[in-house]
Design a protein around this ligand. Structure first.
Ligand SMILES: NC(=O)c1ccc[n+]([C@@H]2O[C@H](COP(=O)([O-])OP(=O)(O)OC[C@H]3O[C@@H](n4cnc5c(N)ncnc54)[C@H](OP(=O)(O)O)[C@@H]3O)[C@@H](O)[C@H]2O)c1
Length: 367
């Protein structure tokens, strides 16, 4: 972990990160923090002796700029997570006005005489999405220990570095071997130009700490402008679908020698309410396997409405589950497995990870 100091400006973030990692002889940091929201002059070199004139106070736009620099550093793989230090609730709120990535951590003074209860309550309410120091690493280890061998990753999930840590630890501990895993990742819509494909897969491999992927997918046929964050997408940055762009990317993908087969798989949302019958027929005719994503109906998906139907609450699914002594989630997964789909449920909850894996033992019959 390292921190940028108060004499920092957005344009120096990348260089300072690279310089510190060079000095420490590291390829990346696990966590990089903005040390404080207080600003001092960039010319200050002796931080133990700061003149009054060099204390420049707090500047919201400058902190926003630095955070943008931190986000860029994270997207380039220089640090696996970014956070803040000594930020009050007000200053954190102000940072969040423009932040695309919510800080993973706020490092503050905290001891029995100063328990930071209000800050803790406030920070607990701020979801930091997929940016996490240990969550994905732990959940991935749980899944590998349970027996999962297929990992569905993607650059845009922003957790490949944590998955990489989990994989290394599991290899070291003898939980699994690389050759017994099937690891997928995906070319992000912001890298949808021929020249970005190889750098994108190389970054993914670096983050996953792997020499090769088993499968590399084009995440979506649509493109966004390069180096964009999905969470703050502007209309003009959506480049849409372009047949020749896809053709160029495909040409490059076929050069990826270690990828087992670039044309074998097509992921699609697929669950009992959306069975993809036509896509399935078409893909079957082309010899393309369908991977069923959102097999549980993705109950926590972005934009879900309280009135939307919940697949796992379906009375028929519940009834079958009760008859089989299974859970609704197991019925959804088993239903798709019986239809020959590759099924990729997601959970961060250890007992659900186990429960979903056990779906392979649930037998269903037609009618
Ligand atoms: N290619 C693509 O464009 C694309 C798009 C979307 C998804 N995907 C892939 O598909 C995977 C799954 O998709 P998804 O996460 O959208 O949908 P999902 O697997 O249908 O649903 C995941 C949600 O269900 C909950 N859940 C998991 N097991 C459960 C259980 N046994 N009982 C009750 N709730 C349970 C999870 O909660 P907890 O995590 O809190 O346990 C999570 O909120 C993703 O992780 C990703 O790898 C690919």
């Amino acid at each position: 972990m390292a921190k940028v100091c108060g004499n920092m400006e957005k344009q120096y973030v990348h260089a300072i990160l690279a310089a510190v990692s060079d000095k420490l002889q590291l390829d990346y940091f696990h966590l990089f923090l903005v040390h404080s929201h207080i600003r001092i002059s960039h010319t200050v070199t002796d931080l133990t002796n700061i003149a009054e004139d060099d204390k420049l106070g707090y500047d919201e736009s400058r902190v926003a700029g630095i955070w943008e620099g931190m986000e860029e550093a994270m997207s380039k793989g220089l640090t696996r997570a970014i956070g803040i230090s000594n930020f009050t609730i007000t200053k954190t709120e102000s940072l969040l006005k423009t932040a695309k990535i919510v800080p993973a951590v706020n490092q503050v003074e905290c001891h029995p005489y100063f328990q930071q209860k209000k800050l803790r309550e406030y920070c607990d309410t701020k979801e930091h999405g997929s940016q996490s120091l240990v969550k994905w690493e732990q959940q991935c280890k749980v899944a590998l220990k349970v027996g999962y061998r297929h990992l569905d990753c993607a650059h845009i999930y922003q957790n490949e570095a944590e998955i990489g840590e989990a994989l290394q630890k599991c290899f070291e501990e003898g939980v699994c071997k690389r050759e017994n895993l099937f690891v997928t990742s995906k070319l992000w819509a912001g890298d949808m130009e021929e020249q970005y494909v190889l750098p994108a897969i190389q970054l993914t491999l670096k983050n996953l700490q792997l020499d090769y992927l088993d499968l590399y997918l084009i995440h979506s046929p649509f493109a966004f402008r390069h180096n964009l964050d999905m969470s703050n997408l502007q209309e003009e940055e959506k480049l849409g679908y372009d047949e020749s762009r896809i053709a160029g990317i495909w040409k490059t993908e076929s050069l990826l020698k270690n990828c087992q087969d670039c044309t074998s798989c097509q992921p699609g949302e697929c669950h009992p309410y959306f069975q993809q019958k036509k896509l399935r027929e078409y893909c079957d005719s082309k010899g393309i396997l369908i991977e069923a994503y959102a097999p549980l109906g993705s109950p926590a998906r972005r934009g879900v409405e309280a009135t939307d139907p919940v697949v796992m609450d379906d009375p028929t699914i519940k009834e079958i589950a009760s008859k089989k002594g299974a859970t609704p989630a197991q019925i959804c997964i088993s239903f798709l497995l019986h239809r020959g789909f590759v099924v990729i449920p997601k959970s961060v909850t250890p007992h659900r990870i186990q429960d979903n894996f056990e779906a392979t033992k649930v037998s269903l019959s037609a009618g």
